[in-house]
Design a protein around this ligand. Sequence first.
Ligand SMILES: CC(C)(COP(=O)([O-])OP(=O)([O-])OC[C@H]1O[C@@H](n2cnc3c(N)ncnc32)[C@H](O)[C@@H]1OP(=O)([O-])[O-])[C@@H](O)C(=O)NCCC(=O)NCCSC(=O)C[C@@](C)(O)CC(=O)[O-]
Ligand SMILES: NC(=O)C1=CN([C@@H]2O[C@H](COP(=O)(O)OP(=O)(O)OC[C@H]3O[C@@H](n4cnc5c(N)ncnc54)[C@H](OP(=O)(O)O)[C@@H]3O)[C@@H](O)[C@H]2O)C=CC1
Length: 429
Amino acid sequence: MTSSRIPGFYNMTVEERRALLREAFSLTEAETQNVSDADALTVGKADNMIENVIGTYQLPFGLGLNFLVNGKEYVVPMAIEEASVVASASHIAKIVREAGGFQTESKERRMIGQIQVVGCPDFQEAEQQILHQKELLMKAADDAYPSIVRRGGGVKDLDVRILNEEDASSYSKMLVMHIYVDTCDAMGANMINTMVESIAPIVEEITKGKVYLRILSNYADRSLATAKCVIPPHLLQTGTFAGEEVRDGVIHAYEFAASDPYRAVTHNKGIMNGIDPVVIATGNDWRAVEAGAHAYAARNGHYGSMTTWSKDEEGNLVGEIELPMSVGTVGGATRVHPLADFSLSIMHIESAEELAQVIVAVGLAQNLGALKALATDGIQKGHMALHSRSVAIAGGATGEMIDVIAKQLVEQQEIRVGKAEELVEQYKK
Ligand SMILES: CC(C)(COP(=O)([O-])OP(=O)([O-])OC[C@H]1O[C@@H](n2cnc3c(N)ncnc32)[C@H](O)[C@@H]1OP(=O)([O-])[O-])[C@@H](O)C(=O)NCCC(=O)NCCSC(=O)C[C@@](C)(O)CC(=O)[O-]
Ligand SMILES: NC(=O)C1=CN([C@@H]2O[C@H](COP(=O)(O)OP(=O)(O)OC[C@H]3O[C@@H](n4cnc5c(N)ncnc54)[C@H](OP(=O)(O)O)[C@@H]3O)[C@@H](O)[C@H]2O)C=CC1
């Protein structure tokens, strides 16, 4: 496997980076063409993906470097509009690889399908009857999607709950049945929706109630992926900040997020800065991942941090993340969008489980990138310096002018659009 450690990649031109990729990853002509082609996703293809298409909308597409996860090298494709995210992920991945890399795992991978039943004459009896007919219901759901069973997946469990049992309102009292499905390498939304819709009439017959909703749950808490890193403090030393000081600052920052939702939301936004770009680049459903991740951050009754940071007995900084990660390596847009297909191929990803684990490792890295900056120089120094090119463009700079104006903005420590407009006017004179 090619090393993901490519020093100086960011100092190359786009063409040089592509040439290096072609060489390092033995890309085929078609793959090379896709990444070089501004119109990789043709309007014709897009018109078949969604409705009322008028064009395609592009995002910058970069590579997070230096990732070592469970001993395997990964270059991580990231589609994102925000400056400094890719640099920050690569920066932390470089530190973590020196500490042995990220350790990740997934305990199980089950997606959840829900069926809502209302108006049962006897809810307790309906619950008992469903449990009694569990095998029959599971088999009926499998029969509705036999190809996933042939792949080794299918329904693995079923349970049922009564919600608002004591409530007299006929609207709020309901029975909710879950099926737990191994969807193999697919996210599985359409598979599960097919299954729950198909068994709904049987559920009505058994419960004598009326079924309304039959849909996947995006709270994928049976598809958790975890990542961990252990970093000796000397690797965290930054400028005049000693490694121990940085470590302690990161742990204080975590404790802030764990105790205060106003901070937790920003802290978690920083984590999703890493997660969303990979989810998008691989053609996965980022709304599903976002919804599940935030719900999981509130599982203890208050909204808290998606990560934990602590110190071990040797004084190392220990970072951990656990999140629902409902992504696929097949299905949805993963094999339809040419760049999603390309992203999966350069990561050499072999399963949905593996993809989920790499994604949470990137989230953990991104979190540390932000916390390390916040606990030392502050976010503006590194972030705004990289954002300066976008500010220069927003201020009217074009072509060669962009680099000149961006540099002046950084030197004058005034990285804002108004200043860029002034500098552009001066440049034109
Ligand atoms: C920006 C850095 C990395 C500079 O940090 P630095 O220490 O100046 O970096 P360096 O020059 O020492 O380089 C270290 C490595 O970083 C990478 N790197 C370095 N520069 C580049 C570049 N231009 N392009 C690509 N990669 C870059 C690269 O891998 C490099 O290794 P090398 O390959 O040179 O051996 C650092 O300041 C940083 O991580 N800052 C944080 C940035 C960040 O978090 N941005 C997100 C936007 S802010 C936000 O939305 C969320 C937030 C912050 O609110 C969340 C929260 O509050 O928790
Ligand atoms: N609430 C939500 O989040 C919802 C999301 N969605 C959308 O659903 C899409 C995801 O649904 P999903 O069911 O994953 O996608 P698909 O409907 O595309 O189904 C996956 C396909 O992949 C094929 N396949 C090939 N190899 C494998 C393998 N190894 N493991 C599993 N499947 C394999 C399956 O083929 P075969 O049939 O032959 O087995 C199946 O047809 C996303 O686009 C999402 O946005 C839709 C509704 C709701």
